[in-house]
Write a protein that binds this ligand. Structure first.
Ligand code: MRU
Length: 345
């Protein structure tokens, strides 16, 4: 299994990221030793996916502390650099969460922060494996099928996490149980996390799949070609509203019409109990050029302006299950303003 985020502890320690901008054509790594390089990697999606961003945030504090020690930064400068890491992308709560988990330990020294960050990395994999077992159980029980056809959106595998994956982890678990027929992987415009990354991981794992245009997904669902939609999440609010890659809400609407379950899978670190509803989630808006320029060529008229929200919010009443390692809630069946509190401990 590929590791998206690793810590390399040698004479010149670094955060090693697989460069997801280049996959699947090239498998290259970026060794991060400065905050500037880290922020560029986060903003340009060399590292991406909510749980991977959480690990990157925590290990990013170590990068900042090491850079501060090399350059003699003041405490104020160091804290400002840590804030820059925390705020590099706004929608996935995990980035800020990862920073906030280790930040209180900074006064204890870099070794303490590193040990804590590495613990978070290990816990993320354990969470993914547990939620995958729970999610597969729930899906097989709900659909009543021994083998399912799945549609998924964006990339939620090892590349998007520290290992194994979330929605992808459930798909992998179903495959391991002999309970998976076929995956429809949405290509995920404009940055193609589905066709470049999910299809690459599915291929490596020997999981049968097809890649479809995002625009095909609703029709695939309405034609009865899939039994369940499984997506990841960037932020789940207290009532279950869920931000994920733009296009997710279209799947949810189609699933409701077709009467098949729409499942959100995420570690509990993606749950933001401080945010009441999806209305309060900040949706990252990226450069319109990502929409207007395809493979280096501008395809729209020179004067056209792009509109490029990177995420959307699926309202809780369209979500049949939120699967976490702490348990499952069913927002559509049992709505409650603070539903996620019920599995918080
Ligand atoms: O812009 P990205 O590629 O970081 O968006 C990623 C997603 O939307 C994923 O579905 C989400 O982070 C869950 S990853 C397990």
């Amino acid at each position: 299994m590929v590791l998206a985020v690793q810590w390399v502890a040698d004479d010149a320690p670094c955060l090693r990221l697989i460069d997801q901008r280049l996959l699947p054509a090239q498998e290259e790594y970026i060794d991060v030793r400065t905050v500037d390089v880290l922020i560029d990697a986060i903003r340009t999606l060399a590292v991406r996916g909510a749980p991977a961003l959480g690990a990157t945030g925590a290990l990013g504090v170590v990068v900042a502390m090491n850079e501060a020690a090399r350059n003699g930064w003041s405490e104020d400068r160091l804290q400002a650099e840590v804030d820059r890491v925390r705020d590099a992308r706004p929608t996935a709560v995990n980035l800020a969460w990862g920073v906030d988990q280790v930040r209180p330990l900074m006064s204890g020294g870099v070794d303490e922060v590193l040990a804590s960050a590495l613990r978070l990395v290990a816990e993320d994999e354990a969470a993914n494996r547990e939620l995958s077992r729970l999610g597969a159980d729930w899906i097989l029980a709900r659909t009543g099928r021994s083998s399912v056809r799945v549609v998924t959106h964006c990339n939620t595998g090892a590349l998007a996490t520290t290992a194994w994956g979330t929605a992808y982890g459930i798909i992998h678990e179903l495959q391991d149980r002999g309970a998976l027929e076929l995956v429809y992987a949405d290509e995920t415009r404009p940055l193609l996390q589905g066709s470049r990354l999910t299809s690459w991981e599915l291929t490596q794992d020997g999981i049968p799949h097809v890649v479809e245009c995002d625009g095909a997904a609703a029709s695939t669902i309405l034609r009865g070609l899939v039994d369940v939609a499984i997506i990841g999440a960037d932020r789940i609010t207290a009532n279950g509203d869920t931000a994920n890659k733009v296009g997710s809400v279209a799947l949810a609407l189609a699933c409701r019409r077709a009467g098949i379950p729409f499942v959100v899978a995420a570690p509990f670190s993606t749950v933001d109990l401080d945010t009441a509803t999806g209305d309060e989630i900040v949706i990252e808006e990226r450069s319109g050029d990502e929409v207007l320029v395809v493979a280096g060529h501008r395809v729209a008229p020179a004067t056209a302006r792009g509109f490029n929200p990177a995420f959307d919010v699926t309202p809780h009443d369209l979500i049949d299950a939120v699967v976490t390692e702490r348990g499952i809630v069913e927002p559509a069946a049992a709505p409650a303003a603070r539903l996620l509190d019920t599995i918080a401990d």
